[in-house]
Design a protein. Structure first.
Lengths: 183, 230
């Protein structure tokens, strides 16, 4: 996987919008692995993650013209496309949505990520802010984000009262936002 | 629910992006978001912040077959497909500065500021009055559907309003009849789904009761819009 700066990715996206197939392929080469890892994290099964990645990139081809570099980072914009599609796929197959061992929060914050090619300052700030959250808040946010679980489902899976889970998520998100604003 | 309070906006936007806002509350939120730029901005903010979580996951190289499938889905050819209004900006593409590319893209694109998520369109008449708000998202059934809410469309006696998807360079495809009051949910055929996911524009025409007898618009187009990915 080649490494590209956010502004290089923005240019590749802009060229993709103008139907530059070479730029689109370069975009894929630079970022597919990161997005595939993300899709896998949500969907667990490789075939599903492959479908999701494929659909997301096809979507990027058609919607590259919607991207605005002043509104979001290129990766962010495409990660959101991948996540939405992955969560749609999850909703269509409830069996995939059970919380497993892989959802253990600490495993996805492992040190391997510190060397990720796209570990920008923002990513580092996010990790610091996440580390500052109480563990239950962090866990609830992670499960909600990576598994798309609604409050009621979270409460059931974690065997906690609904009110508790809602508080964890809301307070956790607000604390996260305040922390990122200061970063 | 005090929708003007920043805390409410923050909390709801965060939950919307997380996906934990569901059902009627979600629909209310989508309607608000379609109308108010500050709400869309908040969604955008949360989307950006939370997408950082995506970046914490280790990369995994996908198999080469995925790219091959993508290429064959897009026709595999290197000649660009014609895009509305793009022709004279192709010469601009030869200039490598990102500013001119961004300008070309901005002029080609019909969309407003996007956020990320499901898609919303505000259908407006030539006086910029909103007739309906349309949301394209996955329904409870797990299938995509169009939720349509009347904003201020005035019913016309003995006439129905029909919604069309406008694919580039091809005939309009009917998406169904719009309600004159309240809300409705329109099922989305797989053909329509492909068009909508490729960013087809939307238009509303005036038709006889029951919709166009010909399968194409027979009456005037009175409202238009474009689905924006939130």
């Amino acid at each position: 996987m080649t490494s590209r700066t956010p502004s290089e990715l923005a240019e590749l996206l802009a060229r993709t919008a103008l139907r530059d197939k070479g730029a689109y392929e370069a975009l894929y080469r630079a970022t597919a692995a990161k997005l595939f890892g993300f899709a896998l994290r949500i969907l667990k099964r490789r075939e599903l993650a492959e479908d999701c990645l494929q659909e997301a990139f096809v979507s990027v081809w058609y919607r590259a013209g919607d991207y605005r570099s002043d509104r979001a980072q290129p990766f962010t914009w495409r990660a959101a496309i991948v996540r939405n599609r992955a969560l749609d796929m999850l909703r269509a197959s409830p069996a995939q949505r059970e919380i497993g061992v892989e959802d253990d929060l600490e495993s996805w914050q492992s040190g391997a990520n510190a060397h990720a090619p796209e570990a920008t300052e923002d990513a580092q700030a996010l990790r610091r802010c996440l580390d500052g959250l109480p563990a239950p808040h962090r866990q609830a946010i992670a499960l909600s984000y990576f598994r798309g679980l609604a409050h009621a489902e979270l409460a059931q899976n974690l065997a906690e009262p609904l009110g508790t889970v809602k508080t964890w998520i809301r307070k956790g998100l607000m604390q996260l936002k305040r922390c990122l604003e200061q970063a | 629910m005090r929708y003007d309070q920043p805390q409410t906006r923050e909390a709801l936007a965060a939950e919307y992006v997380m996906g934990s806002l569901r059902g009627p509350a979600r629909r209310r939120f989508e309607r608000l978001m379609a109308k108010r730029a500050d709400w869309r901005d908040e969604v955008e903010l949360w989307s950006t912040q939370l997408a950082g979580l995506a970046a914490t996951v280790p990369a995994v190289e996908p198999p080469p077959a995925v790219w091959q499938r993508i290429e064959s889905r897009l026709g595999g050819s290197r000649t660009p497909a014609p895009v509305r209004g793009l022709r004279w900006w192709k010469t601009l593409a030869a200039v490598t500065s990102i500013a001119s590319i961004a300008l070309a893209v901005a002029l080609v694109s019909l969309t407003e500021e996007p956020a990320v998520g499901p898609q919303v369109s505000v259908l407006k008449d030539p006086q910029a009055r909103t007739g309906w708000v349309v949301t394209y998202a996955t329904g409870k059934s797990g299938r995509p559907e169009l939720r349509v809410v009347v904003e201020s469309a005035a019913a016309i006696a003995d006439r129905a309003f029909e919604l069309w998807a406008l694919p580039a360079g091809a005939a309009p495809v009917s998406l169904g009849l719009l309600p004159a009051q309240g809300e409705a949910i329109l099922a989305v055929s797989s053909q329509a789904r492909t068009l909508l996911e490729r960013g087809a524009g939307l238009a509303v025409s005036v038709e006889p009761p029951g919709g166009s007898p010909t399968g194409q618009p027979t009456g005037p187009v009175v409202y238009q819009g474009k689905l924006i990915a939130l």
